[in-house]
Design a protein around this ligand. Structure first.
Ligand code: SF4
Length: 457
């Protein structure tokens, strides 16, 4: 029996999919990348953007056709699904289940009853499932799930629920195991990692007796300090952060940390105080700028990235200009710019979506042009320098430059093309006589850059 995973949305969903793989492999299913040959199609959905939901509707047509030739084919929906989307999609799937009920998935698949209910949404059980990574050197480790912030545009508190923190002991054990298995690149995941440990909702019996319980030190900074002490050759990042919870202690730690990348994703969402208030983001833009400047002053080589929404209800041209001014001031390395789309059931969906599609597109492109300039400016600082990179894979022959290259990444997630290389039949990559092994670190000298890619040798 074969299963096909259709994964939408953020890294949290990718992480969920890794746990789904473990459960399905354990139930004697084999993964396929060809949905036409699957007996089971599992959608890890994302309700954060309408475009992701639209993609599911697009796929459903095709899966319906597949069912006419494969009568055993079952379709399952899980992931981040808003109640309103769930209501509309429920009838189109064989089963819908909450990701927290993942341990009961095999029972669900074999059930003939579409209305079969799974029992007990134990998030502690979910966390205990070991992920099946697709990469042999990069891994994601969830440290929490859910969010208490209720930004007015966001689906997450409604789809994933309130914040639940994974016991530190369990997180540290997973990171240690990954390092032992030669993983080099680890990302700690959560919707708002800085709030880790604010409260513990897992009981001692499910969490075990971790250091946090003994010492009472339950915050994010203590967790990452413990991780940084683990011996090995690896780097770690964390995402996502909330500006309101980003402390000076965290900045000082990153400045001197051995393993944590000088990479900070600091979502701003808008450059206008009026819009931030409407979004229920509890900071003023002046405070955000002060924080970003403090980060840059303490960690000059930091790679600062952000999320921003354009066309939020009521965003005038003046409000948008404030986002543009912010981009010019902060000089981000990268930004995820999204056009606002109302999500049913969220508070902002009640506001009039009064910025036209065309204007949202124009604002997105305009901001992207500013970003391209600042990203290039930041990348140029690396030209002429020797930097540590993680080799990922050889690239197809016939690149834009007419030469083969190897793809790699910096600890700050910048893409690097490595020249010159030769590819042997067994896909072995060599530069001169030196072998480049995917999943190993190397030092390259950066000789050129664009806004989005560095080139090194
Ligand atoms: S902090 Fe992030 S995940 Fe939480 S509600 Fe706001 S946007 Fe959503």
């Amino acid at each position: 029996m074969r299963y096909y995973l259709f994964i939408l949305g953020c890294q949290m969903n990718v992480s969920d999919a890794e746990r789904l793989r473990t459960v399905l492999n354990g139930a004697n299913y084999q993964e396929t990348t060809d949905e036409k040959s699957a007996d089971l199609i599992v959608v890890v959905a994302c309700s954060v953007r309408q475009t992701a939901i639209d993609r599911i509707y697009g796929k459903l047509q095709m899966w319906k056709k597949l069912k006419t030739t494969n009568h055993n084919l079952k379709t399952i929906l899980t992931g981040c699904v808003l109640p309103a989307d769930k209501k509309l999609l429920e009838s189109k799937f064989d089963f819908v289940f909450d990701i927290k009920e993942i341990t009961q998935l095999p029972k669900l698949i074999t059930s003939r009853d579409k209305k079969q209910k799974t029992r007990g949404k134990k998030i502690s059980n979910y966390f205990k499932i070991l992920p099946t990574q697709t990469s042999k050197f990069s891994a994601q480790v969830p440290i929490m799930t859910g969010c208490d912030n209720f930004c007015t545009y966001c689906a997450v508190p409604f789809t994933r629920g309130r914040e639940v923190f994974r016991p530190a002991k369990e997180i540290i054990a997973e990171v240690k195991d990954l390092i032992k298995r030669n993983y080099k690149d680890i990302t700690l995941l959560g919707q708002n990692v800085n709030s880790y440990g604010k409260k513990f909702t897992l009981s001692a019996s499910t969490s075990g007796r971790g250091w946090h319980e003994a010492s009472g030190e339950r915050n994010f900074l203590n967790l990452i300090k413990e991780i940084d002490k683990i011996k090995g050759n690896y780097w770690v990042r964390f995402t996502s952060n909330h500006p309101k919870d980003f402390s000076l202690g965290l900045i000082k730690f990153l400045k001197t940390s051995k393993h944590f990348a000088k990479y900070i994703h600091l979502p701003v969402q808008s450059g206008s105080d009026k819009i931030l208030k409407a979004m229920k983001r509890p900071y003023k833009i002046a405070d955000y700028i002060k924080l970003a400047q403090k980060i840059k002053k303490n960690i000059p080589e930091v790679c600062l990235t952000t999320d921003v929404i354009v066309g939020f209800p009521g965003e005038t041209k003046t409000d948008f200009k404030k986002s543009c001014d912010l981009f010019k001031k902060i000089k981000y390395d990268l930004a995820y710019i999204s056009q606002y789309s109302p999500r049913p059931g969220t508070p902002s969906a009640k506001l009039k979506d009064n910025v036209s599609r065309a204007e949202k597109k124009r604002r997105e492109l305009f901001l992207n042009e500013i970003l391209a300039q600042t990203a290039l400016e930041q990348n140029k600082k690396l030209v002429g320098k020797n930097i540590k990179i993680l080799i990922e894979k050889p690239a197809q022959a016939g690149s834009a430059l007419g030469r083969n290259y190897a793809l790699a990444r910096t600890s700050t997630l910048k893409t690097v093309k490595i020249y010159p290389i030769t590819l042997s039949k067994g896909a072995e990559i060599k530069t001169g006589t030196k072998k480049l092994v995917p999943g190993e670190f190397a030092i390259v000298n950066i000789f050129s850059t664009t806004a989005w890619k560095l080139e090194g040798k």
